[in-house]
Design a protein around this ligand. Structure first.
Ligand code: SR1
Ligand code: MG
Length: 397
């Protein structure tokens, strides 16, 4: 359904969300509907509406004109709802089984109505409970290879790509990442949040000019390298999963960025879960990390060989160069994500949920050391199998 410009923005309530669902005839007339606001993320309202009889449901997601996690003092553009809807629709062209179906969008109300995925579990919550989602890495590797290839200059004619770049200019949400991922955790800034017991470790980071130079280089890539349409926030909280299905949600941070960005964020969030587990339960996470890259690089290479539009596609070494850059950047971005999820504004339940305080602090200290190692060694690390060695090495001071 088309994006309309008519309505005037106001935040939905549970009852106006039901009225909207009825108006859009998303349920048969006369059905008794139940509505619950279930948004647990940092930014938006999310209404889950179900037919009480058959449990058939829909999701209505609405952007708020500010960041929910902070409040009205942090205004945010509603345009992110349109970016998100457009990204879901664009991604569905390449990997329809890996994203929720979009039923309706309204730009003025900043609303996207989409498929109910409540038969699945947010993968972060499942991983914390010890589920391993056997197909997660195969699906995410495929998702990344196809969405990145088909929106890059290798899969898309350059003029079409530039028009798409224009459609996904996303300054507000990119600024959040520029600040929260690449800047604030590395400086003494108010938005940072960490236990007092980490202060010495954090102050070491603030003084670490070697580290800061490498983070500055990674930030420069995020700011300038418009390789392909990236999801922009591909952590395990943006992925619904079960043993058989995977659905990527929440692409409101989508923009044209570096090929390795989503890979790095996904890998970091798997690492955060790995270090929160006992040593003997980490293997499924390491397997996922390795498989994500294997599936990504194999699928991307096959698409390149069969469909690339770039004149240099058959030039020996060019594909390998592109993949090597993406790999190196992914390791560096993963390092930044590890650090910001530990001491920045937006934390993860994998670490904050560790009940034993001493274990929590020790695990966070490890996350900081691991993040630093990945950033500094991203040119040396040649395969993801070695990340387990970095995890072991950073377990102790
Ligand atoms: C103010 S938004 C904080 C974080 O939540 C989102 O999911 C992104 O990860 C962002 O950095
Ligand atoms: Mg989100």
């Amino acid at each position: 359904m088309a994006i309309s410009q008519q309505a005037i923005y106001e935040p939905l309530t549970e009852s106006t969300a039901v009225a909207l669902a009825n108006r859009l005839r998303l349920f048969e007339e006369g059905k008794v509907l139940k509505c619950e606001e279930i948004g647990d993320g940092n930014l938006n309202l999310v209404f889950h509406i179900t037919d009480v009889k058959n449990e058939h449901g829909i999701i209505i997601k609405q952007a708020l004109p500010y960041a929910k996690v902070v409040g009205e003092s942090w205004p945010l553009s509603l345009k992110r709802a349109t970016i998100e809807a457009n990204a879901l629709l664009s991604t569905a062209d390449y990997v329809p089984s890996l994203v929720p179906k979009v039923y309706y969008t309204d730009e003025a109300l900043a609303i996207t109505v989409m498929e109910d995925l409540s038969h699945l579990q947010i993968s972060r919550a499942g991983l914390i409970e010890g589920h391993n989602f056997p197909l997660l890495s195969e699906h995410i590797g495929t998702f990344l290879a196809k969405t990145l290839f088909y929106t890059s200059d290798y899969g898309l004619e350059p003029t079409k790509k530039k028009l798409l770049v224009q459609r996904f200019i996303n300054p507000d949400l990119c600024k959040i990442t520029e600040d929260l991922v690449f800047t604030d955790p590395f400086f003494d800034i108010d938005t940072n949040s960490f236990e007092e017991q980490l202060r010495t470790n954090v102050e070491e980071i603030w003084k670490d000019t070697t580290l800061k130079l490498e983070v500055a280089k990674l930030k420069q890539k995020f700011l300038t390298q418009a390789d392909a349409l990236v999801h922009g926030d591909l952590h395990t909280g943006s992925i619904f999963a079960s043993n058989t299905e995977t659905k990527v949600i929440d692409p409101e941070f989508a923009y044209f960025g570096p090929l390795g960005f989503d890979l790095g964020q996904f890998i970091a969030n798997l690492l955060l879960n790995a270090i929160s587990r006992d040593t003997e339960n980490r293997e499924p996470l390491y397997q996922h990390i390795e498989k994500t890259w294997d599936v990504f690089s194999t699928t991307f290479s096959a698409l390149w060989k069969n469909e690339a539009v770039d004149s240099y596609r058959d030039t020996e070494g060019f594909l390998e160069f592109i993949l090597e850059q993406a790999f190196e950047d992914a390791i560096g971005f993963a390092g930044c994500e590890l650090i910001r999820r530990t001491i920045g504004l937006a934390h993860v339940a994998d670490l904050d949920g560790i009940k034993d305080f001493a274990v929590r602090i020790a695990t966070k200290q490890q996350a900081l050391r691991l993040g630093r190692e990945l950033i500094l060694n991203r040119k040396v690390i040649k395969e993801l199998g070695t990340l387990r060695n970095y995890v072991e090495k950073t377990a102790k001071e």
